[in-house]
Design a protein. Structure first.
Length: 224
């Protein structure tokens, strides 16, 4: 299969890229920083340095079309977490979070519509913080709100794209021991590693759309 993963330079996205190429899936791994990706010697891996906020999406489409011709799975994994009290948040924080967590999903999903294969699968990586009724935490108002937007966008895209035979689902992740989490919550130890979560997302991206479409599925060891 042909795979596109955003936010693949580290954390869950990096581990996901490794799992896909180890299973012989041709994978475009997108990140602003591809230093670690370039250290991997595997014919199925295609690292791409690209800024989802500021770079030219038309060039992105041209690159993906030339390398893959078509796409079977898009995993919108790129994300930004800012832990800051509501009163201290700025317009810049708002723009950076929503542009990374929501607008980038809108742009790349729309961009790739012409080259998605039938029965393809878009997997959006959301968060338990964006699930209505789940526990909320101080400092994460904009992050959680952006992930809530991802959930609704997922439901809407699934409805709009079902005639094109494109399924869209979101995984609302609980705490995973990523670099982003460590920076936002120093000293906190999550119950799952990035490689463990990557294994789950790998399986879901390949098979989940046989059972689900337009669903936001909690992936968390804790209760809401």
């Amino acid at each position: 299969m042909n795979i596109v993963i955003t936010g693949a330079g580290k954390g869950i996205g990096f581990e996901l890229a490794k799992v896909f190429i180890e299973n012989n899936h041709k994978t475009i791994a997108i990140s602003r920083n591809i230093t670690e990706l370039e250290k991997i010697n595997n014919e199925f891996l295609i690292p791409l340095s690209f800024d989802l906020i500021s770079d030219d999406y038309h060039k992105l489409l041209s690159f993906i079309s030339n390398k893959l011709n078509s796409v079977d799975i898009l995993i919108n994994n790129a994300g930004l977490l800012v832990n800051k009290s509501f009163q201290d948040l700025s317009d810049n924080d708002f723009d950076n979070i929503f542009n990374t967590n929501v607008k980038a999903i809108f742009k790349i999903s729309q961009l790739l519509l012409p080259i998605f294969n039938k029965n393809s699968h878009i997997v959006n990586i959301s968060s338990m913080g964006g699930v209505q009724g789940s526990s909320k935490f101080p400092g994460l108002s904009l992050y959680s709100a952006s992930k809530g937007a991802v959930s609704i966008l997922t439901e809407c895209l699934a409805e709009e794209l079902k005639e094109k035979k494109i399924s869209v689902n979101a995984l609302a992740l609980g705490a995973v021991q990523t670099e982003m989490l460590s920076e936002a919550f120093p000293g906190y130890r999550a119950p799952l590693s990035t490689s463990e979560m990557a294994d789950y997302i790998f399986d879901f991206s390949l098979k989940g759309h046989k059972y689900y479409n337009g669903k936001i599925l909690p992936v968390s060891l804790s209760s809401p």
